[in-house]
Write a protein that binds this ligand. Structure first.
Ligand SMILES: [Zn+2]
Length: 443
């Protein structure tokens, strides 16, 4: 199907988010065929009856066209509803045992697909899944890439199971463990054979599974283990994304050759130098940190240590990102969907929170969520901006997001690799939205 978006205002993220009013965007074969001032090609496009020539018209008058969002940090197995099962213990063991059954796996596959569908309907046209259970992300990617299922149109990059040391973040749930460097190399090979696009490791502890203050920053992998993973992955042509929540962890990652530091922490001079040298990036996730730090324990269902740890992680992440940006290191963003209060439809909110927390302009935040993130993924030539020849990943909005990023919340219509979706409506969780709206107001 060919489409023509008539008379919209294109936001050019390649050019400081400049507005191009009264623009027609032609879409053919999943790509942006041409971008012209409105009416310029009106004659050429009409057949002898005066009808637009084979293009289905989408009225863009008064609307703003932005590139589809790129969410760099997603887990697809959860909804974002706070749950005791995320904190470990018996509830988690029971859930994991169930997921191992045939019925459990079918339910997991359906959940993962629903999550991806929700991401898509919230304007995310490209996502990177950084640790899911039992290859469910890899299976969904295969289906989606074939143009099948509920998430067709979504561009996915998947890690499969994450890798860590015993006792590391995600161990026993979304991460497999190894001990010797050789065992780590074997896990890298296993993941690549299974279809992983990149390797996810967890170098430090995490907020969800930390039992005491300061634990998210505790280094759980050795330098030799991190280096073994990176060199094997790079030899196989795969990048490495590392969960890191402390300065020591970040340095280990930088020395080991990690490509993206997920979440992040303050950086040493050495870390900055190494990351810049290898053109690495930091991927900020405000979405899990803010609610866990700021919402009451009765609401988050997390202990006191978790809110303390979240506040520390939040500040470290912001400080590290500011250091990275100042040194010319790319900074990306993602939602960490599946964590408590991190739903599968709130990438728009991550963009807004990133703007507020980093004290940058809406234009910079929008660039980060689109072309900036696409470049970190290595697909900046394919998506991330509205340019002729690129994939037709476009959101049409009622309001101007540069004036207020909240305009990204409700999408009038969208294209994902040229597939048209009219009035996309993700399934939202009202109780969570109420809490997040309150937090947003306080920023
Ligand atoms: Zn994560």
């Amino acid at each position: 199907m060919q489409y023509k978006i008539c008379d919209c205002t294109v936001i050019d993220v390649e050019n400081g988010c400049a507005l191009l009013p009264h623009t027609d965007v032609y879409i053919r074969g999943g790509k942006i065929e041409k971008i012209v001032p409105s009416g310029e090609n009106a004659q050429a496009d009409k057949d002898e009856h005066g009808r637009a020539d084979g293009y289905k018209t989408v009225n863009g008058a008064g609307k703003f066209a932005v590139p589809g969002l790129v969410n760099l940090h997603v887990h697809l197995f959860g909804t974002g509803r706070p749950s005791k099962a995320l904190g470990g213990g018996k509830a988690q063991q029971r859930l994991l045992a169930f997921i191992h059954t045939a019925l459990g796996r079918r339910i997991l596959a359906a959940m993962v697909e629903n999550s991806a569908r929700n991401e898509l309907l919230s304007g995310v046209t490209t996502l990177r899944a950084v640790g899911d259970l039992f290859g469910s992300d890899i299976a969904l990617k295969r289906k989606t890439d074939a143009g099948k299922g509920a998430a067709a149109g979504l561009r996915m990059f998947v890690s499969g199971m994450a890798i860590t040391a015993p006792g590391g973040h995600g161990a026993g749930t979304f991460a497999r463990t190894a001990e010797t460097p050789e065992e780590f190399e074997k896990l890298v090979e296993k993941n690549v054979t299974e279809g992983a696009d990149f390797i996810k490791i967890c170098i430090t502890g995490g907020v969800m599974d930390a039992k005491k203050r300061g634990e998210p920053g505790e280094v759980k992998m050795t330098q030799a283990q991190v280096s073994a993973v990176c060199s094997r992955a790079h030899a196989l042509g795969k990048k490495v994304a590392a969960h890191v929540q402390s300065k020591a962890g970040a340095e280990l990652a930088a020395i080991g050759g990690v490509d993206t530091i997920e979440h992040g922490a303050p950086l040493t001079e050495e870390s900055v130098r190494l990351l810049r040298e290898r053109k690495g990036a930091q991927v900020v996730t405000c979405s899990p940190a803010l609610p866990c730090a700021r919402l009451p324990h009765e609401v988050t269902k997390l202990g006191e240590a978790a809110s303390y740890n979240s506040e520390v992680v939040m500040q470290g992440m912001i400080d590290g990102a500011a250091q990275a940006a100042a040194a010319g290191i790319a900074v990306g963003i993602g939602t960490d969907a599946s964590c408590p209060f991190c739903t599968q439809y709130n990438m728009w909110r991550e963009v807004l929170w990133f703007e507020k927390c980093m004290n940058i302009s809406a234009a910079e935040a929008l660039y980060t969520a689109t072309l900036g993130n696409a470049r970190i993924l290595g697909v900046g030539d394919e998506t991330g901006s509205i340019r002729e020849g690129k994939s037709a990943d476009i959101l049409l909005l009622e309001g101007n997001p540069i004036a207020d990023l909240t305009a990204l919340r409700d999408i009038d219509c969208m294209f994902a690799q040229g597939r048209f979706i009219s009035h996309p409506k993700p399934k939202r969780l009202p109780a969570i939205e109420a809490q997040l709206d309150r937090l947003t107001e306080e920023l």
